[in-house]
Write a protein that binds this ligand. Structure first.
Ligand SMILES: NC(=O)c1ccc[n+]([C@@H]2O[C@H](COP(=O)([O-])OP(=O)(O)OC[C@H]3O[C@@H](n4cnc5c(N)ncnc54)[C@H](O)[C@@H]3O)[C@@H](O)[C@H]2O)c1
Length: 330
């Protein structure tokens, strides 16, 4: 049976994500929880839920140590790592961090991505990685380079979790009026701002909504993270909706790995030459070894084509930034 490991399990996303996985994973599976602070408490709490799954945990240290032996222990036998760690202000040690620039923050987060993926893959080289940690457009290429440096890169087993964009787009269009009953809005491109491209035209109901409104909905999906940050008065970002999206995505991967179904999902992945960017959020079919098939983007309108052009340009820059960082450290 599978073993799913949440890295950053005590965080704003990590806790509800771990809870939803504890409720949703099939019987006899293992849920492994790791954080640099607080994993023991989350594990003790979750292990009281009457599900037939095994709960394991390990606490790292602060300040973090490279290749943490505790992380190596918990990474044993893992099939899927879900990475929702970050250098949040609370997990940084120095108050000077409050004055960190975006670039500083990128460097710290990117450094953690590098170290976590390296440590986990050195123990479980055949595992899948689902990266939640932002900026996903860059952290996924960093992870790919780490895995390549270890000689265990499998382009079918590395995923950037962009599911929240799909979840939001689906909710927003269904809120337009009832009953639209849209099951899933395809969202392609990347996972930040203008790189997020919902393909509303591919829905039968998409044609029933005025083009001006579609433009507004597209913008709302692209900026939805800010709505949450503002509503939380700057004290946090999307955690609960992200946990719902992340758990759904992880459970789809598990279904594929176990051969229970072949879910069609949208995820930011290695395009394997199927697109003109190295990584992009595209539709893929999951199976026993991760991605079983990469699908085309389908029919899109001239407006969506234009948005995709802008998205790909930004994604290319984000990929280069991640790769440059990885090359400088590996
Ligand atoms: N992909 C998405 O759609 C999406 C959406 C929202 C947020 N995010 C990203 O998810 C990440 C987590 O967000 P959050 O709100 O849960 O943050 P958080 O600060 O609440 O939690 C992060 C957790 O990571 C832990 N951590 C820090 N360094 C670690 C390390 N080296 N190893 C293991 N754990 C470590 C911290 O102790 C903390 O518990 C952020 O990067 C955020 O930008 C992604």
């Amino acid at each position: 049976m599978v073993n799913v490991c949440v890295i950053g399990a005590a965080g704003g996303i990590g806790q509800p994500l771990s809870l939803l996985l504890a409720l949703g994973l099939p019987n006899k599976t293992t849920l492994s929880l790791y954080d640099v602070a607080g994993a023991a408490g989350v594990a003790a709490d979750i292990s009281h839920i009457d599900r037939d799954i095994t709960i394991k945990w390990a606490n790292g240290k602060l300040p973090t140590v490279p290749a943490d032996p505790e992380m190596k222990k918990i990474a044993q036998g893992v099939d899927l790592f879900v990475g929702a760690w970050t250098c949040s202000l609370s997990s940084l040690v120095s108050p000077a961090s409050l004055a960190m620039s975006r670039d500083d923050l990128f460097n710290v987060n990117a450094g953690i991505v590098l170290d976590v993926v390296k440590t986990c893959a050195s123990v479980s080289p055949k595992a899948c990685f689902a990266i939640v940690t932002n900026p996903v457009n860059s952290t996924v290429p960093i992870a790919a380079n780490v895995l390549k440096s270890l000689g265990c890169y499998d382009k079918n087993k590395l995923f950037g979790v962009s599911t929240l964009d799909i979840v939001r787009a689906t909710r927003f269009i269904n809120d337009e009026r009832t009953p639209l009953n849209v099951a899933t809005v395809p969202v392609v491109g990347g996972h930040s701002d203008v790189t997020i491209v919902p393909l509303f035209s591919q829905l039968a109901v998409g044609k029933e909504i005025a083009p001006g409104r579609i433009t507004e909905l597209t913008k709302r999906v692209q900026d939805a993270g800010t709505e949450v940050v503002q509503a939380k008065a700057g004290k946090g970002s999307a955690t609960l909706s992200m946990a719902a999206a992340g758990a759904r995505f992880a459970l789809w991967i598990v279904d594929g790995l176990l051969g229970l179904s072949n879910p069609l999902v949208y995820s930011y992945v290695d395009t394997d030459g199927s697109q003109d960017t190295k990584f992009l959020a595209i539709p893929v079919v999951l199976g026993r070894n991760g991605i079983q098939q990469r699908l085309g983007l389908g029919k899109i309108t001239a407006t969506e084509e234009e948005l995709l052009k802008i998205a790909k340009k930004a994604v290319t820059t984000n990929i280069s930034k991640g790769e440059a960082f990885a090359k400088s450290k590996l």
